[in-house]
Write a protein that binds this ligand. Structure first.
Ligand code: FAD
Length: 509
């Protein structure tokens, strides 16, 4: 869509500061806003919803506070860096607590494994399952560290704008066996099927299938050990609110209930955005934190795209969907840890159903979040706040969530009641269910995917939608669907890339 400059209100001509419009207030959008304001841009964030955070939105219900999405906070230095850029100290605003264990993993037969960053504690538990795998664990963690050094330290904040950037890393990737899958690499060190699950499930936290995702994602194991797994007092929502205050302190305006309908362009350059209300906002640079499939397929629907055509989007692979049941209980369950993973009876078969067959299976594996284990203020006195999350197929399958959501929720409730939350069905104080339909309609996520583009080797780095748009000048992309990918550290790193690709503010005025 080409719009003459004179039609755009709030013209960017004749002012002393360059203007950046950020579409979306997910972690990627908020991080982008901090960085651009620190570099001298006047920044406006336009957000479709009534509150910030995107996937990290907070639902308030009957005195219970539910973090909608991210709960596992890793690599806190990335957040500290944002606070520094905003002129404040992270520790003054956010009370972050180290989790011990990181997660309790419960197998379907009732055995548990407390996974943490303490190598000796982990090895003592591995020894109980499979003594022969203790050495394999050390060797696996040494490999994870090597991959981390390249995949995270060297590449996470690099703009993969040119194919040569990609070709340069091919030798390193070959050396690190990136052509293997996470499960394949883990299995080359570990023999026991349960320990293989413990060390290979991590990609599921960011929408990757452990059986197909590039083994670069084994870096998560070392990343967790190096910096720990944390949680904020007040929940992840406290970090989002902290970021919003930081951003407002920098003079940035955040406009809620402001859905962008079109990215405006002129002569191949982004010139602003048009909201669903018809209002147009002029900008020198536009940053989209929205799923790239939506950014290109809808907000630039009529723009002649060369690479991210509708056909290319149609043929891309998207991550799994998520079923999330938020519930408050009238009593507390003090034995349940902050993070619990309940592995169901099947591993590979279930994952195949989700990713390949796109079929909603009878069985499931769950991640159960109980933030009140650390911060009781997130529920009324004597109560607990929970969410139970199950990876499910995205909307490319045939699941009719309008009819399936309640029976699925009831199955999840029964499983939890039969395992670690006895009597759960009689203890529910409040309840809210979200399915891939909510991801599609609330968050504008293509196919209702939980984490945008699937992190396959051929959809990573240069192959992912570039942080500096390859379609439109002065348009930049951050968030889960861009490089380096999903997860809070990933999307904050995507905003870090902006420092390398967005020109100085002074060049626009
Ligand atoms: C249930 C769940 C649990 C997770 N757990 C973890 C975890 O424990 N740890 C971790 O690191 N990661 C976790 N993740 C992944 C992580 O939350 C995401 O990868 C990350 O938060 C995504 O951030 P983003 O910047 O891509 O933006 P998003 O959070 O996707 O935000 C995009 C924003 O854009 C807005 N928007 C969309 N369209 C428009 C429009 N047209 N106009 C204006 N605004 C628009 C949306 O409303 C939204 O606010 C989890 C994700 C989910 C869903």
């Amino acid at each position: 869509m080409t719009v003459a400059a004179s039609q755009v209100s709030g013209s960017v001509q004749g002012r002393d500061k360059a203007h950046a419009v950020v579409i979306g207030s997910g972690f990627g959008g908020l991080a982008a806003a901090v960085r651009l304001a620190a570099r001298g841009f006047r920044v406006t964030i336009v957000e479709k919803l009534d509150a910030p955070g995107g996937r990290a939105y907070v639902h308030q219900r009957d005195g219970f506070s539910f973090d909608a999405g991210p709960t596992i906070i890793t690599a806190p230095f990335l957040l500290e860096e944002l606070w520094q850029l905003g002129g404040r100290r992270f520790a003054d605003d956010i009370d972050l607590r180290l989790m011990d264990p990181f997660y309790r993993i419960r197998f379907d037969d009732g055995r548990v494994f407390d996974y943490s960053g303490d190598a000796e504690k982990v090895k003592a538990q591995i020894a109980q399952y499979s003594p022969a795998d203790v050495v394999g664990y050390d060797r696996f963690m040494a490999m994870s560290e090597k991959v981390f050094k390249v995949g995270f330290e060297d590449l996470a904040h690099v703009p993969f704008t040119n194919l040569t950037d990609m070709l340069r890393i091919v030798p390193d990737m070959a050396l690190l066996q990136s052509y293997r899958t996470v499960y394949g690499l883990v299995s080359s060190y570990i023999k026991d099927p349960f320990i293989r699950q413990v060390l290979s499930f991590h990609p599921l936290l960011i929408g990757g299938n452990p059986f197909t995702v590039t083994s670069i994602y084994v870096l998560i194991s070392f990343l967790e050990r190096k910096w720990g797994v944390h949680s904020a007092m007040g929940g992840t929502g406290a970090i989002v609110n902290g970021l919003v205050k930081l951003i407002e302190g920098q003079g940035t305006e955040i406009r809620y209930n402001a859905e962008v309908e079109r990215i405006l362009t002129q002569n191949g350059k982004a010139t602003g955005v048009r909201l669903a209300s018809g209002e147009e906002i002029a900008a020198d640079v536009v940053i989209s934190d929205v799923d790239p499939a939506t950014t290109y397929g809808r907000m630039l629907a009529e723009y002649p795209r060369k690479r991210w055509t509708d056909r290319k989007i149609e043929h891309s692979q998207f991550s799994n969907g998520l079923f999330v049941w938020y519930f408050g209980t009238k009593r507390q369950y003090p034995d349940v840890k902050h993070h619990t993973i309940l592995l169901g009876p099947r591993y590979q078969g279930l994952i195949q159903d989700i990713f390949k067959h796109k079929k909603l299976a009878e069985d499931f594996s769950l991640y159960l979040y109980r933030p009140t284990a650390t911060d009781p203020s997130l529920a009324p006195a004597g109560c607990d706040t929970f969410y139970a999350l199950a990876p499910v197929p995205h909307l490319g399958g045939e699941t009719d969530w309008a009819t399936q959501a309640e029976p699925y929720r009831a199955r999840v409730a029964k499983y939890l009641s039969d395992t670690i939350l006895p009597g759960l069905e009689d203890q529910i104080a409040t309840s809210l269910v979200t399915t891939p339909l909510d991801f599609k309609h609330r968050l504008n996520s293509h196919l209702g995917a939980g984490f945008s583009l699937e992190p396959l080797l051929m959809q990573s780095a240069w192959f992912r939608p570039h942080n500096q748009s390859e379609e439109v000048k002065h348009l930049y992309l951050v968030g889960a669907g861009t490089h380096p990918g999903a997860g809070v550290p990933g999307v904050i790193s995507s905003a870090r890339v902006l420092d390398r690709v967005v020109p100085d503010a002074s060049t626009f005025v």
